[in-house]
Design a protein around this ligand. Structure first.
Ligand SMILES: *[C@@H]1O[C@H](CO)[C@@H](O)[C@H](O)[C@H]1NC(C)=O
Ligand SMILES: *[C@@H]1O[C@H](CO)[C@@H](O)[C@H](O)[C@H]1NC(C)=O
Length: 365
């Protein structure tokens, strides 16, 4: 027996002991798998496979606090929300779709154990902003999922697959890039009023959620957008204060999204969801940072110039030493510390954070 075999054997003896002694308290098996859709808030490396994309976090100082201390494609100093959601469920983080379909997948990891389709820069719309055209928009992510669905059907059969999927969690974190695109494009602003724009975001998202439902998804964790006007990039436009208009439309979009979810649920049997009030969660941190262990709510940790927000987090950018007490790591993205708090709220928060049920209730449902 090799060293590995011995350690593995010892582990299963210890594990067996605990299971026998304490019953099935193990966190594994809470859900069979997590399927993740969305943008840079949950991308765990898909964009690294997009040769043309410039929206990548594959360089320092990203990943400096990740267990490997290396950049991974996550727009964070360490882990992001997708990692913490998996951790809470006792699962490994769902790997990037492009990793699973690449030669690097030597262990033949299965789609049945979860897949992440998330791509930094992605929006509900296909490329509302030129900078993001090279990302995988939501429609494409869902298309990849339908291919995965077909492959899994071939592997285990329709009935087994449906049982598996109906217990799995479908995480959807999207919308911020569509709003950024709108507020940074005078063209779009001329074409559509903000109300029309946020209405069509919610409507387009519904179409994609329906496609997921039609391919077996039943349990959803869906995040609203945060207080986008308070991210360092926007604070530069208002003497370091939040931009009121952007926050106003973030809230309006979130209201439309919640209304849409309710309607969508009433139109289809068996949908259960937990909607996460990202706006409220981040607003809390900004209002009372000290009670959460933060002292810097405005500046990015990594970047250049005023608020470290005049330039992106690049290899030659400044990096703050005190990443634990910053809410933002770069111009747009939360630190690992902030993401951890959000996921704690998602799992155990009251209905003012996770509505109508939190993730823990969703899992048990
Ligand atoms: C990979 O997994 C598939 C499906 O589970 C299986 O059919 C195939 O033989 C596996 N290949 C290797 C190299 O293990
Ligand atoms: C700038 O910030 C102040 C203070 O929060 C706020 O009252 C004002 O509406 C903001 N201005 C804009 C243009 O967002």
């Amino acid at each position: 027996m090799g060293k590995r075999g011995f350690v593995g054997c010892l582990f299963s003896m210890i594990y067996g002991f605990f299971v026998l002694s304490f019953g099935t308290t193990s966190k594994a098996q809470m859900v069979p798998a997590v399927y993740v859709f969305g943008d840079s808030l949950v991308d765990v490396g898909n964009n690294n496979y997009l040769t043309l994309s410039i929206v990548k976090a594959n360089h320092r100082h990203y990943g400096i606090d990740f267990p490997t201390h290396k950049p991974t494609g996550r727009f964070s100093n360490g882990k992001n929300a997708a990692d913490f959601i998996a951790e809470k469920l006792g699962l490994a983080t769902s790997p990037p779709f492009f990793f699973l379909t690449s030669k690097a997948n030597k262990n033949n990891a299965s789609f049945m154990d979860g897949v992440s389709f998330a791509s930094a820069g992605a929006g509900i719309f296909d490329g509302s902003d030129e900078r993001y055209r090279q990302s995988i928009p939501l429609t494409k992510q869902v298309e990849y999922y339908t291919i995965v669905h077909e492959k899994m059907t071939g592997e285990v059969g329709a009935a087994v697959l449906q049982k598996h999927l109906s217990k799995s969690i479908f995480v959807v974190v999207i919308g911020s890039n569509d709003l950024f695109g709108y507020f940074e494009s005078s063209d779009l602003r001329k074409k559509r009023t903000p109300q029309e724009y946020v209405d069509s975001m919610a409507f387009s998202l519904k179409v994609q959620l329906q496609r997921l439902y039609d391919h077996g998804a039943r349990k959803f964790g869906i995040a609203g957008v945060g207080a986008l006007g308070c991210c360092p990039e926007f604070r530069l436009k208002n003497k370091t204060e939040c931009v009121a208009e952007v926050n106003y439309w973030s809230v309006k979009y979130n209201e439309g999204l919640q209304w849409m979810l309710k309607e969508w649920q009433s139109e289809n049997g068996g949908i259960i969801y937990s909607y996460f009030h990202t706006f409220t969660a981040i607003h809390d941190l900004i209002q009372t940072p000290l009670s959460y262990g933060f002292s810097e709510v405005k500046a990015a940790c990594c970047g250049l110039g005023e608020l470290n927000a005049r330039a992106p987090c690049l290899p030659l950018s400044n990096l703050c030493p005190n990443r634990q007490d910053h809410i933002f790591f770069d111009q747009f993205h939360p630190t690992e510390a902030a993401s951890r708090i959000f996921v704690n709220r998602l799992f155990d928060g009251t209905s003012s954070y996770a509505f109508p049920i939190n993730m823990r209730q969703l899992v048990a449902a």
